[in-house]
Design a protein around this ligand. Structure first.
Ligand code: PLP
Length: 376
């Protein structure tokens, strides 16, 4: 098998799996139980929180465990809306965000919030001047992704942060940092946003676990009410096995970051090979996550290429995994002004630190045959 769909999800590191197993079958207690067995799970959970906070350069009490980035994003956006609706109802974002953001904003729009979208360039990068002109006194939140999951474009998060705070220091800034970890050296201490969302399965951790970073001074309503877990901000028994495993995955994926120079070289060569096969490259190679390349082939459907490759045990994708089933092409490409045909033709190849040059070479050789067959 050649797996080149790492923006959708990644293989779990073996060491991470060992931890998942340990806290599922050995130390499986509820971290909120007061007995000694419960305390063991609580200690593991708090050690994980401490490790994540240390890597990110923030305080442990600013890390809240969630079921993944979709929940974190929902919490950041809806929590801000609920807690600040008396101050304002204006929220800014972009149209190329992940559906976790887009559909949460559309829900808020339906219940009376004023959602406005900032212009982007042809690659989906936020237009700073347009952002500056759109921030108002009643803007309660700005939310942007660090890197686009479909085409890899990176946003100028530091610049965005400075502009927001200069124009309205009360406006909160949330970053969807899901596609950053393991690909670029993303540490929260370097990006002074108010909130940020993360998902472990994108960096070789388990699925269904993530965290929300929420600055100590950022007070928003909880999304999930229940018990007093997570300092009363997120009810529900914490998923200790996955939390402990996520902290390990984060540590390992940061250690493996040096591999990204190699991956970028492979990705850039792959871009040339794809162009030789007639692809139109969509990803901006000089401003993108180093593992991602998206392209379309004139006259061919992306899903047909994906299925033909999958018959050869090679896995790439058309667009975002969560929206590629049953939809017609890349929403991001359509938002960027590409034709429906181009959007339907898009394929995304996403590598990981574990991808080898040999795998990519074999992929290109087989893709060549597949394209010849499909064009015949
Ligand atoms: N944001 C981005 C940029 C993503 O790529 C994803 C997953 O594809 C998410 C949010 C949602 O993450 P999850 O499905 O783990 O909740």
């Amino acid at each position: 098998m050649i797996y080149l769909d790492n923006n959708a999800t990644t293989i779990m590191y073996e060491e991470v799996f060992q931890i998942l197993q340990k806290y599922s079958t050995e130390i499986y207690s509820n971290p909120n139980s007061i007995h000694e067995f419960g305390v063991k799970a609580d200690v593991a959970m708090e050690e994980a929180r401490f490790k994540i906070a240390k890597i990110m350069g923030v305080m442990p009490y600013e890390i809240y465990f969630t079921s993944g980035a979709t929940e974190s994003i929902n919490w950041a956006i809806k929590g801000t809306a609920l807690s600040r609706k008396k101050i304002g109802k204006h929220i800014l974002s972009s149209k190329v965000e992940h559906s976790a953001t887009i559909n949460t904003l559309s829900y808020l729009n339906n219940i009376g919030f004023d959602i406005e979208y900032v212009k982007t360039d042809d690659f989906g990068k936020v237009d700073i001047e347009d952002l500056e002109s759109k921030i108002r006194n009643d803007t309660i939140l700005v939310t942007f992704m660090f890197a686009n999951n479909e085409i890899g474009t990176i946003n100028p998060i530091k610049e965005i942060q400075e502009i927001i705070k200069r124009k309205n220091e009360k406006t909160l800034f949330h970053v969807d940092a899901v596609q950053a970890v393991g690909k670029v050296d993303f540490r929260l201490k370097d990006y002074k946003c108010d909130m940020a969302s993360f998902s472990a399965h994108k960096f070789h951790g388990p699925k269904g676990i993530g965290f929300l970073y929420k600055k100590e001074s950022t007070l928003i309503h909880p999304l999930i009410t229940g018990g007093t877990q997570e300092r009363g901000q997120r009810g529900g028994t914490q998923n200790v096995p996955s939390i402990a495993a996520m902290a390990k995955a984060l540590e390992l994926s940061i250690k493996e970051l040096y591999e990204m120079d190699r991956i970028k070289t492979i990705r850039d060569e792959l871009a040339k090979d794809l162009e030789d096969l007639g692809a139109n490259i969509v990803t901006p190679l000089n401003n993108s996550t180093p593992n991602t390349i998206s392209a379309f082939f004139e006259g061919l459907r992306g899903d047909v290429i994906v299925n033909a490759l999958s018959d050869e045990d090679i896995y790439i994708s058309t667009s975002a995994a969560c929206s590629s089933k049953g939809t017609s092409g890349s929403r991001v490409l359509k938002e960027l002004g590409y034709s429906n045909k181009a959007a339907e033709g898009m394929v995304r190849i996403s590598l990981s630190s574990l991808t080898t040059g040999d795998e990519v070479q074999r992929f290109i050789n087989i893709l060549k045959n597949v394209l010849e067959f499909l064009r015949f």
